[in-house]
Design a protein around this ligand. Structure first.
Ligand code: 13P
Length: 251
């Protein structure tokens, strides 16, 4: 199961049309590399402003995702600034991030996150559900409790949608800090989380890691068997960094 690893770039609030060149380079790298095409799923979660332009300019080797979606239960309406699943589907977007800590920190909460997932019935988009502990949680030994609680609250009313879900574990203190958790800690964390998901939902749900992933530290993740891939922020902005992460993971 999940023999393919996810390498998901999250561009956050970065990127202009001219930066298409970065993804073009990733695209040609994947086109040239048959082994990697079979081994990974390459996804870029772009600002909505770029989705249509990029998608029409790339081969199918790169899947495109959005970074957020409306929590309102309608496809169209008087909801200024919101973008619905129906609209993302129209752009042929295949993935969406939900619950990223940067959005939780400005108002997204367990209820809105659960509603966003529920609204995915409007489309076939796959959902990357982001969860993570603060430094305070980590230091007080409550990280696992925090994360499992976030997952339960997001998914308990969405059990019919589990086939669409990928869980991204992103310790908040690791995002953009250059610090990653110790390998043994992460290995145990992923093992426990995997067992938790099977027990609670009677299903294998892929779990990926996010937080300061780079070409320098990627090898440390190789022994974490239950880690099904990566959510990559800063290092996904430049094709060379993103490609080096993949190369170093498989070399
Ligand atoms: P960095 O890789 O820049 O730490 O960002 C991680 C992240 O938030 C991806 O969603």
């Amino acid at each position: 199961m999940y023999s393919k690893k996810y390498f998901i770039g999250n561009w956050k609030m970065n990127g202009l049309k001219k930066d298409l060149v970065q993804l073009k380079k990733v695209d040609s790298f994947l086109i040239r590399n048959k082994f990697l095409r079979k081994s990974i799923i390459s996804i870029f979660c772009l600002p909505n402003t770029l989705i249509d332009f990029y998608r029409t300019n790339l081969s199918k080797e790169i899947k495109i995702g959005s970074q957020n979606v409306s929590n309102v239960n309608v496809s169209f309406g008087a909801n200024t600034g919101f973008v619905s699943f129906r609209m993302l589907k129209d752009l042929k977007c295949e993935y969406v991030l939900i619950g990223h800590s940067e959005l939780r920190s400005v108002g997204d909460n367990d209820k809105s996150i659960s509603n966003k997932i529920k609204n995915s019935k409007q489309s076939k988009l796959k959902i990357v559900l982001c969860v993570g502990d603060s430094l305070k949680d980590f230091k007080s030994g409550t990280a696992y409790k925090k994360v499992t609680n976030q997952i339960l609250l997001a998914l308990k009313n969405n059990k019919k949608l589990l086939n669409k879900i990928i869980i991204a574990y992103e310790p908040i203190w690791s995002i953009g800090s250059g610090i990653i958790p110790k390998t043994m800690y992460l290995k145990n964390f992923f093992d426990k989380l995997n067992i938790f998901l099977i027990k609670k939902f009677k299903k294998q749900i892929p779990i990926i890691y996010g937080g300061s992933v780079s070409s320098k530290n990627i090898k440390e993740f190789k022994n974490i068997k239950k880690c099904n891939g990566f959510l990559i922020g800063g290092a996904s902005l430049k094709s060379k960094n993103y490609i080096d992460i993949i190369k170093n993971y498989y070399n």
